[in-house]
Design a protein around this ligand. Structure first.
Ligand SMILES: CC(C)(COP(=O)(O)OP(=O)(O)OC[C@H]1O[C@@H](n2cnc3c(N)ncnc32)[C@H](O)[C@@H]1OP(=O)(O)O)[C@@H](O)C(=O)NCCC(=O)NCCS
Length: 145
């Protein structure tokens, strides 16, 4: 069940974007030790970003890039102490909904192998071999819309 105090909002302001970057810094750079040079990329400029807010405090984020090949979901992160309570699913559902509303026929992502199960639970299926990205094993996963 979705946590009652949590809402998902579309990023519209520079302050909200800074909040998303702050979550990504905590999770990807500090926790997962991903190279800061790789963490932000040019897709951040064209992507639609969402925040998960718990009682107004940012606890998670994600983005979707609308491309001709489909809607690419990524940079999904929930603060470590907030995991396992349904927030990640709310973020993912919101990104898939944005993809649908924008007419995408396919949502896809590069899942870190240890969290494939999270995406499987939302209907994504593995598509292809494991590859390395930012030093972490990943597999492409697809969700036809
Ligand atoms: C992946 C991540 C966003 C999931 O967020 P979360 O808030 O913990 O996920 P939820 O609580 O909404 O989980 C939804 C379901 O997926 C399951 N799930 C969550 N993480 C899982 C995992 N690593 N493996 C298998 N299942 C998982 C949950 O048990 C839950 O199942 P249920 O509906 O049967 O109870 C979060 O673990 C995270 O930020 N990880 C670090 C960053 C990361 O790896 N991002 C993804 C990069 S591809």
């Amino acid at each position: 069940m979705a946590p009652a105090a949590v809402e998902i909002v579309l990023v519209r302001t520079a302050e909200q974007m800074a909040a998303a970057y702050a979550i990504r810094r905590r999770v990807f750079i500090e926790e997962q030790k991903i190279d800061p040079e790789l963490e932000r990329d040019h897709y951040d400029l064209s992507a639609l970003h969402v925040l998960a807010l718990e009682n107004g405090r940012t606890v998670g984020c994600g983005r979707v890039v609308l491309t001709a090949a489909g809607a690419k979901i990524g940079r999904m992160a929930v603060l470590a102490e907030k995991r396992g309570g349904g927030i990640g699913r709310m973020v993912l559902d919101a990104l898939v909904e944005i993809a649908r509303r924008n007419g995408a026929r396919l949502a896809y992502l590069h899942a870190q192998v240890p969290v494939e199960g999270f995406y499987l639970k939302s209907g994504f299926h593995g598509a292809g071999e494991v590859f390395e990205e930012a030093g972490i094993p990943h597999r492409r996963m697809d969700l036809p819309l």
